[in-house]
Write a protein that binds this ligand. Structure first.
Ligand code: ADP
Ligand code: ZN
Length: 834
C-alpha cells in the first residue's frame, strides 16, 4: 500500500505533485504527494489515485501542480494513474481552481461537473485495432515517392504489391502526413476505396503495416444522425454589418484574449459570423498565436496532430441544439471533426464525444452549458463562442453555481484567445461591459476615451437580406374584457383576444403557421373557493406557492393539481374544504390555450410544447419536424418555443400574456419580459416575403404601457438598455454593481433564522475589516419563503466590484464560517432571486 518516503531517500522519487481530491476537503490547492519513478511522465491534469488519512484509503484526485521540492519532511506517494488514464487539460485544472474560489464551491464538485461520470466509468468502451505504417518500410516508400512528385501514388513500385495494396499504403502515408499515423483497420480500407479489409490484412502479414490496440467507444448521437439529413443551405454573401464584424474579430484572432459582444437582431446572421470566424481560424489565420500562459501549457502534448490545430467551442442553449443548428456546423467543418454535447446523449455517446475531443479528433465542439468544459487539447489556438449569451439556462442552479458565459470568458482569458458573445437581446451585464456609458456610437470605437469598455461591441442592426422585422401590435386586455362583455353580455374567460383570434384564423386559412407563447404550463394556476367571503385558495403544503391544475381526462377527477416547485401532486378537490362549495379554477396555462383554440377553431392542427408534453429531446425534435413539414398549424408553448426556431412559414406570433414575468419579485423582471417578447417576436417574418404577408406579432397585456413591453414591441433594445441601466444605477444593482446571494435553508424555521443571523453577524464583522466595502442586505425571507418543506432566508452582498465580494467570502471561508452545503447555498452572480 502507501509507501512513506523519508526525505533522505530521494532515489525512488521523480518529483512531487499537488493533488486536488475529488471528494474534496474545502481546498483547491491540494495535498502534496511524491511522484514515484514509474510515474515520471505524470502531467498536470492527470487523474490519479492517492492514499488519504490514517488508513491510507485510496481516493481519486487530479494533479494540479508539479514541483521539484517540498517543505514537508515525510510524504506519501501517488499510488497509480487512474485506470481509464483520464486526464483533464492543464487549462481546465486552472479553470477548476478559479471556479472553486470564485463560486465558493468545493473543488471536487467542480471536477465532477467537468468530467462526465461516463468517462470516469469508461462506459461503452471496446478495444479496437489500429493500423499504421511500419516505420522502416514506410520510410523506404517515402524515398521512392519523392522521386515522382507528379503522382505520388504510382510511385510505390514494390514489385510484390497489388495496385490495391499500393493504394492502401499511399492512403496510410497521406493520413500520416495529415497527422493521423494510426487508423482503424476498416476506416483505412474505406479511405483507400477497398471493399474489404483483406488488402490491409495482407499488408500486415507482409509487415508493411503494423497494428496497435486501443480502446474505443462507438456511438453516434441521434442529433448528429438527424443533422446529416438536413440539406445544405445556399452559400451567402455577407452584408456590410456582418463583414465588418468578421473582419474586426478576425483581426483579434491570434492576438490574444479579447471579448466581443455581437448584438444582432434575430435573423441578422450572427451564426454566419461565427461560422466565418471559425473558417478564418481553420484556414490557418491566427497561426501567429501567442502561447497560453506558461503554467497551463501541456508539456506532454497528447494531440495526434502536433502541428497547428485550431479548435472552437460553441455554446448554445440546450433548447437551440436542433439538428438544423448542428448541421450548419457539421456541413462546414466536417474535416475538423465536429462533436456535439447535449443532455440527450447516452452514457457511451457522452464518453465517446469526450474522448474524441480529448484526443484532438473533434476540434469543433457544439454543446450546451457544460460543453464549456470540453477537454480540447492545446486550444490556445482557438475561439470560444457563446450564442444567446443572455440565456439564464447558462447558469447552473446547483453546485458549482457557475455561469457558463462567465466561465467561457475566464477560460478564454486563461488560454489567451478571443471569446464571442452573441445575442439579439444581450444581458445588461454584457451590454454594460461593451457600452459602459450606454452610448453605442462611442463603443463602436473601442479606443474611445469616454470610458474604456471591457468588450468590443459589434452591432448587426439589419436582418439578413429578404428578412424583415415583423410588426408588433399590442392588445390591451382591459379593453378586451370590456369589449367582450358588451358583445356577449358575459364575462367568460377568453385567453385569445378578438384580434388574435381573427389573425389566427386568417393565418390558418392562408395556409400559414402560428406560434403562441404563454410562459406558464398547466391549465390554471389558481384553485379557489368561488365565495370570496370564504377566501380559501389551494396552496402547496410544502411550499410558499399556489398549486397548478393540470387537466387529464383519464383521471376520475378530470385532472390533478401539482406544485411546480416541489412537484408534489394531489387530486383536484371537488369542494372547498372550508365551506363545501364547488371549487373553481382560474388563471392561465398552456393547456387552457390549447383547449380554447380547439373549441374556437376546430380545424386547426395544434401541438403543445412545454415540459409536460416534452419528456425528452426526441419529443422536442419530433414536434419541430412535424411543424417544419407543415403538419401542424399552431404551436403553443412556454419559453421553450421562444428561442432560435427558424420557420419561414410562420406568419403570426401571439404572446398570450406579455405580463407573466413582469410581476416577478426580481429586479430582472423587466429585462426578462423584454427579452422574451423580443425573442419570440423574432420567430415571425423569417420567410422573406413582403407586403401583407409580412410577419405579424400580437402581444396581449394588462400593462400595455409598461416600458419593457412597449420597447420590445418596437424592437428597441438600445432604448430599453439605456433606460434600464439608468434605473439600476439609481438603485445600485447589477450590472452597475456585483452581487452574491446566500440562501439559508432549514426545515425548522427557528433554526433557519438562527443560522441566517449568525452568518449575517460574521459577514458584518469581516466586512468591517474591509472598511464595509460590501453592502449587506438581510437576513430576510426569500420571495418564495418555503420550498419542499424548507424555510428559506437570504442575505444579499452587493459591491461596486466583484473582487470585494470575493474578498469577503474568502475571508469567511478561510475562517470556516461559510460553505456551500445542504443548508447554505452561496450563489455568486445570481440570475434568479426567487
Ligand atoms: P441569427 O443567428 O442572427 O438568428 P442566422 O445566422 O441564423 O441569424 O441567419 C438567419 C438566416 O439568414 C439563415 O437562414 C441564414 O442562412 C441567412 N443569412 C445569414 N446571413 C445572410 C446573408 N448575408 N445573406 C443571405 N442570407 C443570410
Ligand atoms: Zn410544493
Amino acid at each position: 500500500m502507501a509507501e512513506l518516503f523519508e526525505m533522505t531517500d530521494p532515489g525512488a522519487i521523480a518529483g512531487y505533485a499537488d493533488v486536488a481530491l475529488e471528494q474534496s476537503i474545502d481546498s483547491a490547492a491540494g495535498l502534496t504527494y511524491a511522484v514515484p519513478r514509474q510515474l515520471a511522465d505524470l502531467a498536470v491534469g492527470d487523474r490519479v489515485l492517492v492514499p488519504l488519512g490514517r488508513g491510507n484509503k485510496p481516493v481519486t484526485g487530479y494533479v494540479v501542480r508539479l514541483r521539484d521540492s517540498t517543505q514537508q519532511t515525510r510524504i506519501k506517494a501517488i499510488l497509480s494513474r487512474d485506470a481509464q488514464a483520464v486526464s483533464l487539460t492543464p487549462d481546465l485544472i486552472e479553470l477548476a481552481r478559479w471556479m472553486a474560489g470564485y463560486y465558493c464551491s468545493p473543488i471536487g464538485m467542480v471536477f465532477a461537473s467537468m468530467l462526465p461520470a461516463a468517462v470516469k466509468h469508461g462506459t461503452g468502451e471496446i478495444m479496437q485495432t489500429l493500423v499504421g505504417l511500419a516505420e522502416e518500410k514506410s520510410a523506404k516508400c517515402e524515398v521512392r515517392s519523392a522521386k515522382d512528385e507528379s503522382n505520388p501514388k504510382s510511385a510505390i513500385r514494390h514489385p510484390k504489391l497489388s495496385p490495391l495494396q499500393r493504394t492502401v499504403i499511399a492512403t496510410a502515408q497521406a493520413l500520416a502526413a495529415q497527422g493521423q499515423p494510426w487508423t482503424p483497420m476498416r476506416d483505412l480500407a474505406d479511405e483507400a476505396g477497398a471493399r474489404t479489409i483483406s488488402p490491409v490484412k495482407q499488408l500486415i502479414e507482409k509487415g508493411v503495416l503494423v497494428t496497435r490496440h486501443e480502446s474505443a467507444i462507438r456511438a453516434a448521437s441521434l442529433l448528429e444522425e438527424q443533422a446529416k439529413q438536413v440539406p445544405a443551405p445556399p452559400p451567402v454573401t455577407l452584408n456590410a454589418g456582418q463583414k465588418q464584424a468578421v473582419e474586426r474579430i478576425a483581426q483579434s484572432v491570434g492576438g490574444g484574449f479579447s471579448v466581443h459582444l455581437i448584438h444582432g437582431v434575430t435573423g441578422s446572421g450572427k451564426t454566419e459570423v461565427y461560422l466565418r470566424v471559425i473558417e478564418h481560424l481553420l484556414n490557418g489565420n491566427g497561426d501567429a498565436k501567442p502561447q497560453a500562459a506558461e503554467h497551463i501549457r501541456n508539456p506532454k502534448s497528447e494531440i495526434r496532430n502536433p502541428k497547428f490545430s485550431p479548435a472552437a467551442i460553441i455554446l448554445v442553449p440546450e433548447i437551440s441544439l436542433t439538428p438544423q443548428t448542428v448541421a450548419r456546423f457539421m456541413l462546414r467543418f466536417s474535416s475538423a471533426g465536429v462533436a456535439v454535447l447535449h443532455s440527450g446523449l447516452t452514457a457511451s455517446q457522452r464518453h465517446d464525444q469526450w474522448r474524441r475531443i480529448r484526443h484532438g479528433q473533434a476540434r469543433i465542439i457544439v454543446g450546451a452549458r457544460s460543453a464549456i468544459f470540453a477537454p480540447v487539447p492545446d486550444i490556445h489556438a482557438g475561439v470560444i463562442i457563446v450564442d444567446e449569451e443572455h440565456e439564464s439556462s447558462y447558469k447552473q442552479d446547483q453546485l458549482p453555481r457557475y455561469h457558463a458565459r462567465d466561465v467561457a470568458i475566464k477560460r478564454a482569458q486563461l488560454l489567451n484567445i478571443p471569446v464571442l458573445l452573441g445575442s439579439a437581446t444581450p444581458s445588461l451585464e454584457s451590454y454594460y461591459n461593451a457600452v459602459p456609458d450606454a452610448k453605442p456610437e462611442a463603443a463602436a470605437n473601442p479606443k474611445s476615451e469616454i470610458r474604456n469598455p471591457k468588450f468590443y461591441y459589434h452591432h448587426l442592426p439589419d436582418r439578413a437580406p429578404g428578412l424583415t422585422l415583423p410588426t408588433v401590435q399590442l392588445v390591451d386586455l382591459r379593453d378586451e374584457r370590456r369589449k367582450r362583455y358588451q358583445m356577449t353580455g358575459s364575462a367568460g374567460v377568453h385567453l385569445l383576444s378578438l384580434k388574435l383570434e381573427t389573425e389566427l384564423r386568417r393565418a390558418i386559412e392562408n395556409g400559414r403557421q402560428a406560434i403562441l407563447l404563454l410562459n406558464r404550463r398547466g391549465y390554471a394556476n389558481y384553485i379557489a373557493c368561488p365565495d370570496h367571503r370564504c377566501g380559501w385558495m389551494m396552496e402547496c403544503d410544502h411550499c410558499d406557492a399556489t398549486m397548478v391544475y393540470h387537466k387529464d381526462q383519464s383521471l376520475p377527477a378530470g385532472g390533478m393539481v401539482r406544485c411546480h416547485h416541489c412537484l408534489s401532486e394531489q387530486m383536484l378537490p371537488v369542494q372547498c374544504p372550508t365551506c363545501g362549495r364547488r371549487v373553481t379554477v382560474f388563471g392561465l396555462g398552456t393547456q387552457r390555450v390549447e383547449e380554447e383554440i380547439a373549441r374556437k377553431i376546430p380545424q386547426a392542427r395544434l401541438a403543445r410544447m412545454d415540459s409536460d408534453t416534452m419528456r425528452s429531446a426526441r419529443d422536442y425534435h419530433t414536434v419541430l419536424d412535424h411543424f417544419r413539414a407543415g403538419e401542424i398549424d399552431v404551436l403553443i408553448g412556454t419559453q421553450m418555443i421562444a428561442k432560435g426556431l427558424d420557420f419561414p412559414n410562420v406568419a403570426l406570433v401571439g404572446v398570450i400574456s406579455g405580463d407573466t414575468s413582469l410581476n416577478m419579485p426580481d429586479f430582472r423582471a423587466s429585462e426578462r419580459t423584454f427579452q422574451l417578447i423580443a425573442q419570440v417576436a423574432g420567430r415571425a417574418g423569417r420567410g422573406g416575403e413582403t407586403g401583407s404577408a409580412l410577419g405579424l406579432v400580437i402581444v396581449q397585456s394588462f400593462a400595455p404601457t409598461d416600458p419593457a413591453i412597449v420597447l420590445a414591441s418596437k424592437h428597441d433594445y438600445l432604448g430599453f438598455a439605456q433606460r434600464e441601466i439608468a434605473l439600476r444605477r439609481d438603485v445600485g444593482l447589477p450590472p452597475i454593481t456585483r452581487m452574491a446571494r446566500l440562501v439559508i435553508r432549514n426545515e425548522d424555521h427557528l433554526k433557519a433564522m438562527e443560522e441566517a443571523r449568525k452568518l449575517a453577524d460574521h459577514l458584518a464583522q469581516h466586512n468591517a475589516r474591509l472598511d464595509n466595502a460590501v453592502r449587506l442586505r438581510g437576513p430576510m425571507p426569500c420571495p418564495i419563503s418555503r420550498i419542499a418543506g424548507f424555510h428559506r432566508l437570504q442575505i444579499e452582498l452587493i459591491a461596486p466590484r466583484a473582487g470585494l465580494i470575493q474578498q469577503l467570502l474568502t475571508s469567511l471561508r478561510n475562517a470556516g464560517l461559510v460553505r456551500s452545503d445542504a443548508h447554505t447555498a452561496v450563489d455568486v452572480d445570481p440570475v434568479s432571486l426567487l
